[in-house]
Ligand binder design. Structure first.
Ligand SMILES: [Fe+2]
Ligand SMILES: [Fe+2]
Length: 176
């Protein structure tokens, strides 16, 4: 079954959305590299890599469905942040935005009764739920730590340890 043209357009947009996310996270990693928070820097670096994997997963899906991949320019990411909390607040907003994009994709897939697309998108919806939760948890704890350097360094250490566990390329290669 060929991919519905509206769906094909949205999947192509999603390749770009995920690459944009990847770029946003890479800019966040670069911002943290200018601070003492090396754990948060590697968290964001890994997050960036995971978003690239998402883009490639959508790319492969468009190819596998025999539709044309059309790549678009990636927007310049925000580079200046005020604090770790500021970064994580933007990260949460970014994830919520992507969740909305994937929900919209799912609705179109449902309208045109494309069950294979729905299956792929369900995997992404679960992934979004997990990512939002992980970011929200860290944000809550950053707020709790406030300006206390010792607490912030503990959280930074936890951020460093998170890498390789839930995140990274394994997340994108897993199901589906
Ligand atoms: Fe993603
Ligand atoms: Fe994400």
């Amino acid at each position: 079954m060929t991919l519905n043209s509206k769906l094909a357009k949205l999947f192509n947009e999603q390749i770009n959305n995920e690459m944009s996310s990847s770029y946003i996270y890479l800019a966040m990693a670069a911002w943290f590299e200018q601070t003492p928070y090396s754990g948060f820097a590697s968290w964001m670096f890994n997050q960036s890599r995971e978003e690239s994997m998402h883009a490639l997963k959508f790319y492969q899906y468009v190819v596998d469905r025999d539709a044309a991949v059309v790549l678009q320019p990636i927007a310049k990411p925000k580079a200046d942040y005020k604090s770790p909390i500021d970064v994580f607040e933007h990260s949460l907003k970014q994830e919520q935005k992507v969740t909305q994009q994937i929900n919209e994709l799912f609705e179109v897939a449902e309208q045109v009764k494309d069950h294979a697309s729905k299956n792929l998108l369900l995997w992404f919806l679960n992934e979004q739920m997990e990512e939002e939760k992980t970011v929200r948890d860290m944000l809550d704890r950053l707020k709790l730590a406030g300006n206390d350097s010792a607490s912030l360094l503990v959280l930074d250490g936890e951020a460093a340890k998170r890498n390789g566990a839930g995140g990274g390329a394994s997340g994108a290669n897993g199901a589906a």
